[in-house]
Design a protein around this ligand. Sequence first.
Ligand SMILES: Cc1ncc(COP(=O)(O)O)c(C=O)c1O
Length: 375
Amino acid sequence: MKADLDRDTVILTKNTTEAINKLAYRFPWQAGDLVISTEMEHHSNDLPWRFRARVEYVPVDEKGCLQTAVLEKMLKEYYPHTRLLAVCGASNVTGHINDIHYLAAMAHEYGSLILVDAAQLVPHLPVDMKPHSDSSHIDFLAFSGHKIYAPFGCGALIGPREFFQLGNPDHTGGGTVSLVTKEQIIWAGLPDREEAGSPNVLGAILLADTLQYLQQLGLDRMAAYEDELTNHALAVLSAIPGITIYGSQPRVGVITFNLSSIPHAQLGVILCHEGGIGVRTGCFCAQNYVRRLLNINSERPLSDWRQVSPAHWPGMVRISLAAYNTREEIDRLASLLRQIANNTNYYQRLYPFNHHQQEFLPTISYHHDWMRNLV
Ligand SMILES: Cc1ncc(COP(=O)(O)O)c(C=O)c1O
């Protein structure tokens, strides 16, 4: 990440969500303060701000790319109230990569700090926070260990030491203090004062070890391989009849799509049972962004959606590529998708919506035989 360890602190958190919530709680907010978030954020880089400050959202275009000219207008219009630009480094829906250094320079020009939600950036590309003296420096960076092959339960928030030396920690208790009387507290140094309670020692060691291992493997080399896989996937998938692929370049190895009239959740179940291919379906914790990409009216009251069967909820199918994937796997996915596209009725009959369980399930019994063999 090229953090400046003389000036920055690395605070261990459970994950990106906890890191962003910590920053939201630790910010010295004043009346009238504003956070600029964007329409392409994961809920974890949207909801935490809503309860702490006024939030405005930078719109995205029909391909899901950030409208940076509008961002500049917003920074001008709201000057000097914008305290923070909270933006993802890469989208978990379209894989779209934001030019974080360009955005940082713009935010700084209008007196705002920048937080990069790097949950999807760190796993796919080398990240450089740049020196503090550089106008394109990233002030705060949040990411999760489990997205970079480390175990669940450890992530990090990196930010300036002087920022976290002000005010009280958001969580207090054991580990956060140097001296305590009934009346007084002297907080411990950083990062201890921000890491309340017994630390996740194993998680911290494995997070550091994983980062070192990835560095040894060569992050540039891995990113180049992933880029090649992504381009191959885009080429073969876009040739499938009835497919819609969302987003545009530049992107990391995250591709979302829908196949003509097959509900996303049904397609996910078919891919899983017919091909052993694990995909995620739905809105990927970014409901506003997905609705925008699907051109669904965002004004529709949420209570309306409760009346709609989950079989018809909006969403997409997502594949995520990594260094361990191969071209052959992508070709297998493409071949199965083509088969499904050419035999839609057949597959839809085999995987109906089960109203009792509220999900699409296979009608065939091998599932049960397989389960029986386990017991
Ligand atoms: C872009 C983005 N931000 C934030 C998060 C939240 O990460 P975590 O669940 O590890 O806190 C995710 C998780 O998928 C993500 O993709």
